[in-house]
Write a protein that binds this ligand. Structure first.
Ligand code: PLP
Length: 386
């Protein structure tokens, strides 16, 4: 079945045939609880009837024109996202990596416009920003870099959650123009920084006229109990990247910006053929409506607290468990040993999980999850960890 597909994924030998809510079914009609929702994408669940209706109706009306014409839904979506985030302008694309590329271009243009020679962006170790060359260079996973030299110039890497090392770099380089950071490191294993970290970064950026660019591709769209995870801190970034759950499975990404950062891109400097078309922006508007009307952020907060409580009750003293880290429904269970094989074992039990960094079980369950689903996941994890 996959002979003609490039070998970029270690695929499991399962083909899901349908999904509804928090569940998936395979060709034998075996049911699986989706504990990752396609890596933080289908937050509102599979086959959401209202989203299906929007896809159907919009596809019958108009799917695509070029961005050389006005796309009304795109304007409405930009306005809604700016109101939710405190940003002023949006650029639409199709994925998280493209949103990150946009942020990198904004930072470089922001620097070049000020005649800064070879502007540099501070990025973090253990970070993940995507697979395109700019996003890959920004990514702090050296395994992902292997074989792709030469990567891009103009990035300075510092340890995550370490303000001192950024201050050090600030005193050493006068060409820094921005910091790019995840508010919670997702792929890196659900690493949550200190409470004041983002506020401290904001202050450093203000002091040096750098842009604070926050990658919310995984942590955004209610995933942590706020629309965006940086909203747990009393700050507003200059640039935000989002994607994943914004389209509940329909590809869409966005780079949002405020102030000077929102003005640097001008006609001809950036673009996307598909970005922000009628279909994806109509769907994203519906996603925002549902998230607002169903109070999804509050629900995530409650379910996240419940999930954490259950995990701590069951596994805090477990001999295989080193640490449990939760921010809303971003959940990392760090084990003492490598556990990649648990993904297959979980599938046998009818549960989809992810393992990142070889030793960390990562759960990104649907945002609409209920207590009995949480119990089902925790019970299955208990069997797995035996
Ligand atoms: N940024 C973050 C924080 C991510 O977690 C990801 C993907 O996991 C990306 C960027 C890249 O997104 P995409 O796979 O849609 O290109």
């Amino acid at each position: 079945m996959t002979d003609y597909i490039m070998n970029t994924y270690n695929r499991k030998d399962i083909a899901f045939k349908r999904g509804e809510g928090v569940y998936l079914w395979d060709a034998d009609d075996k049911q699986y609880l989706d504990g990752t929702c396609g890596l933080a994408v289908t937050g509102l669940g599979h086959s959401h009837p209202e989203i299906s209706e929007v896809i159907y109706n919009q596809s019958k009306t108009l799917i695509h024109t070029t961005n050389a014409f006005v796309i009304e839904q795109q304007g409405l979506l930009a306005e809604r996202l700016c109101q939710l985030s405190g940003m002023q302008k949006a650029f639409f694309c199709n994925s998280g990596a493209e949103a990150v590329e946009t942020s990198i271009k904004i930072a470089r243009k922001f620097g070049n416009d000020q005649k800064i020679n070879k502007p540099r962006i501070v990025v973090m170790s253990n970070s993940f920003h995507g697979r395109t060359l700019g996003a890959l260079t920004a990514t702090g996973n050296l395994e992902a870099h292997t074989g792709f030299d030469p990567l891009l110039e103009g990035f300075i890497r510092v340890p995550f959650n370490d303000i001192k090392s950024i201050k050090n770099k600030a005193s050493k380089y006068n060409s820094i123009v921005a910091i790019l950071v995840e508010s919670v490191q997702g792929e890196g294993g659900i690493v949550i920084p200190d409470k004041d970290y983002l506020s401290d970064l904001r202050k450093i950026c203000d002091d040096h006229n750098w842009l604070l660019m926050i990658d919310e591709v995984q942590s955004g769209m209610c995933r942590t109990g706020r629309w965006f995870a940086y909203q747990h801190s009393p700050i507003i970034p200059d640039v935000i990247t989002i994607a994943k759950a914004l389209g509940n499975g329909i590809p869409i990404g966005a780079c949002l910006a405020k102030g000077q950062a929102s003005e640097v891109l001008t006609p001809g400097t950036h673009g996307s053929t598909f970005g922000g078309n009628f279909l994806s922006t109509s769907v994203a508007l519906k996603v925002l409506d549902i998230m607002r009307d169903k109070h999804i952020c509050n629900h995530v907060k409650k379910m996240g607290d419940y999930f954490e409580e259950q995990l701590i009750n069951k596994f805090n003293k477990h001999k295989s468990v080193r640490e449990i880290r939760c921010k809303g429904l971003m959940i990392g269970i760090q084990l003492n040993e490598e556990c990649t094989n648990l993904v297959k074992e979980a599938l046998k039990l009818g549960l989809v999980i992810n393992v990142t960094k070889k030793k960390i079980i990562r759960l990104l369950p649907p945002l609409i999850i209920k207590k009995d689903h949480v119990d089902e996941i925790v019970n299955k994890l208990e069997i797995l960890l035996k």
